[in-house]
Design a protein around this ligand. Structure first.
Ligand code: ADP
Ligand code: MG
Length: 243
């Protein structure tokens, strides 16, 4: 991986007076399980500023994916508000939420979800073209990002021709292809062996630092979590800051 800075989103800011890029306010989410109500999130609060990386840790079933889906506007909370760069999103029409999601938010899942019939480079340039970029421009950025993530020699490989770690690095490149300001990753190294997970995580955190993204990464791995700026968990429906 090269050490050169790469422009992905906004510049990092240390100014605490700035409004958070992502602000979850009084988020409630309840699932019905038979006759029982599962209060997964119960007035949860979380604010993340540009340039900040937050590890979301906690056992399986704690509500990490639920929180990320709500933060990523993939799911509506039952109550509460998600502010993206100060803008309330709950009452926005679906097409506007989709627009914000496409332009401002990148998502990385545990499985890569790459399109199998397309090459690495095509997987990264497609979201940019959907957004309206010309193919040449999109391709240039795709090459830049893949190169940054150490995949310069894998540009024309299809997902099945890539290792698990390489697939996840392509998925990371795709997630930031449209220069989002927020990156959400749901156990992005959960399917990888320890060594590969370490490598992918290093690539991810370097990208986050260089780009000033506001990032939440859900992970079970406390060693990886220790490398982030902040660590939070979900306890009794609340987001709790660790150490
Ligand atoms: P985590 O990602 O931390 O493992 P999740 O957010 O996926 O946790 O899930 C939190 C809890 O909510 C789990 O107990 C899960 O079974 C429950 N849950 C998640 N989604 C649904 C759903 N659509 N319907 C009912 N229960 C759900
Ligand atoms: Mg989960």
């Amino acid at each position: 991986m090269s050490d050169t800075m790469i422009e992905v989103g906004v510049e990092a800011t240390q100014d605490a007076e700035e409004i958070p890029l992502l602000f979850l306010h009084q988020i409630e989410r309840t699932y019905k399980q038979g006759d029982e109500a599962l209060h997964i999130l119960n007035s949860a609060e979380l604010a993340i500023w540009a340039g900040q990386s937050v590890a979301l840790v906690g056992p399986s079933g704690a509500g990490k994916s639920t929180l990320l889906h709500i933060a990523g506007l993939l799911e509506h909370p039952d109550h509460g508000e998600v502010y993206i760069d100060g803008r309330a999103t709950a009452a926005l029409p679906d097409h506007e939420r989709t627009r914000i999601r496409r332009n401002e938010i990148g998502f990385v899942y545990q499985s890569h979800h790459l399109l199998p019939e397309f090459t690495a480079i095509e997987n990264v340039l497609l979201p940019q073209m959907i957004r309206g970029l010309a193919r040449g421009e999109a391709k240039k950025r795709a090459v830049e990002l893949l190169d940054y993530l150490g995949l310069a020699n894998r540009l024309n490989h299809r997902p099945t021709e890539l290792s698990g770690g390489e697939q996840q690095r392509v998925a990371i490149a795709r997630a930031v292809a449209n220069a989002p300001r927020i990156l959400l990753a749901d156990e992005p190294t959960g399917n990888l062996d320890v060594h590969t997970a370490d490598h992918v995580f290093a690539a991810l955190t370097q990208l986050v630092r260089a780009s000033g993204l506001a990032t939440i990464i859900a992970t079970h791995n406390m060693e990886l979590a220790a490398r982030m700026d902040r660590r939070v968990t979900i306890k009794e429906g609340l987001v709790v800051e660790l150490d």
